[in-house]
Write a protein that binds this ligand. Structure first.
Ligand SMILES: *Cc1c(COP(=O)(O)O)cnc(C)c1O
Length: 393
């Protein structure tokens, strides 16, 4: 066995790795040739322009990470210390952490069982029955906190049912921030993900659909918000010559080198999404008739990116549970991963309120994300499929 633990004779198949097959090398080299390597430069501008176009929005402001984008988006939406923000409980932890950065408290919302996205009915019930309007301010009647925003996540690249959430947000006068970090290239009723709400956030870390090495962006149609995002992400500099700052800002601007990588990746987005969908279709065909296995499904109103293709394994029916299947695939040098611990169970957010929660807990127990890199060959995918069929049949 080589020192990394890979069994000899079986090339390992990673869960999801970047595909760097376009202009990445040329664009990064041009940063070095021109000396534009830091947090300004032509690729930052062209990357922002291309992102805004892809998301069908007027503005994109590039940031150092998706988490930084979420932090600034919450500030733009007027979230203040002591407020509450409704966040998906079944998600990577970043959006909940961003809520805490601004001193607010997450109220976690369960997933609905069909598409695994934030459950609109739970949000409606909370706003209708658990909140009061006191002196024109919407308050959680149990905690007394002001409810200021909704922060749904497009889980695994499938858009959330945004029309229902937006109607509620309009009725109750609160903002909606879409965490579209897994959904660049997806669409909802024909509209691109990323610009489905008041503000959208994207991430370009190494395992997202498009990577810049690291990075993120805020998407908005508001020129005022875009200006303010640029201001807050560059240390809130009011006089660049005399270094006068009216407020505490952040060092959150993307570098030109990262933007060069991101711009080259973004040119390939359509191809990446097409490959992800082809991989998803092949898995679906292979697994849909296995009793106890549920494949990721797509709503009739959604075009998912299938960012991480995920199946559910019901151990009351199958011979192994999701973790047993994971270990068996690991022994065959195939990397898979469960979904995140639901955030209402996370020690980092202990004491937070949750609306529902049982669906997310079941999904956490049963889910396994399968290899789905853009570079996954049909032969590799067949090997994954054969191993899983052998384990489950
Ligand atoms: C990846 C991810 C983020 C944050 O991304 P970073 O760029 O790593 O900060 C935020 N939200 C979700 C749902 C993610 O999957």
């Amino acid at each position: 066995m080589p020192s990394d633990g890979t069994p000899v004779g079986a090339a390992s198949i990673p869960l999801s790795v970047p595909f760097l097959g376009g202009n990445e090398r040329d664009y990064v080299a041009s940063c070095i040739d021109t000396g534009w390597v830091s947090s300004a430069g032509p690729f930052v501008d062209s990357f922002e322009t291309a992102l805004a176009r892809r998301a069908g929005a007027t503005h994109a402001v590039a940031t150092t990470s998706g988490t930084a984008a979420l932090h600034v988006a919450l500030l733009l939406a007027g979230v203040e210390p002591g407020d509450e923000v409704l966040v998906s409980t079944l998600t990577f932890i970043a959006p909940a952490n961003a809520v805490r950065y601004v001193g607010a408290q997450p109220v976690f919302v369960d997933a609905e069982p069909r598409y695994w996205q934030m459950d609109v009915d739970l949000v409606r019930a909370f706003l209708e029955h658990d909140c009061d309007v006191i002196d024109g301010v919407l308050r959680d009647s149990r905690s007394g906190r002001r409810v200021q925003a909704l922060l749904p996540v497009d889980i695994l690249g499938h858009p959330v049912d945004m029309d229902g959430l937006r109607a509620l947000a309009t009725e109750y006068g609160i903002a909606v921030i879409e965490d579209a970090t897994e959904a660049l290239g997806a669409s909802y009723r024909g509209r691109p993900a990323g610009n489905l709400a008041d503000l959208g956030c994207l991430s370009f870390n190494g395992n997202k659909i498009v990577t810049a090495g690291g990075g993120g962006a805020i998407i908005t149609d508001s020129g005022d918000w875009a200006d303010r995002a640029r201001y807050l992400t560059t240390q809130a500099k009011d006089d660049p010559l005399e270094y006068v700052h009216e407020e505490v800002g952040y060092n959150y601007r993307l570098t030109n080198v990262q933007a060069a990588l991101g711009a080259a990746q973004l040119e390939q987005l359509d191809h990446f999404v097409a490959v992800k969908r082809r991989i998803a279709a092949a898995y679906e065909l292979a697994f849909r008739d296995i009793p106890g296995v549920t494949c990721a499904s797509q709503a009739p109103w959604a075009d998912s990116t299938f960012w991480l293709y995920t199946i559910l394994v019901d151990d009351a029916v199958c011979r192994v549970d999701s973790r047993g299947l994971m270990r068996r695939l690991e022994a065959a040098a195939i990397q898979t991963r469960p979904l995140w611990q639901p955030l209402h169970r996370s020690p980092a957010h202990a004491g937070s309120r949750v609306l529902g929660g049982a669906v997310a807990e079941r999904l956490n127990r049963q889910a396994l994300s399968l290899p789905c890199s853009v570079g996954l060959s049909p032969e590799q995918q067949d090997r994954v499929i054969d191993e899983i069929q052998a384990a489950l049949r």
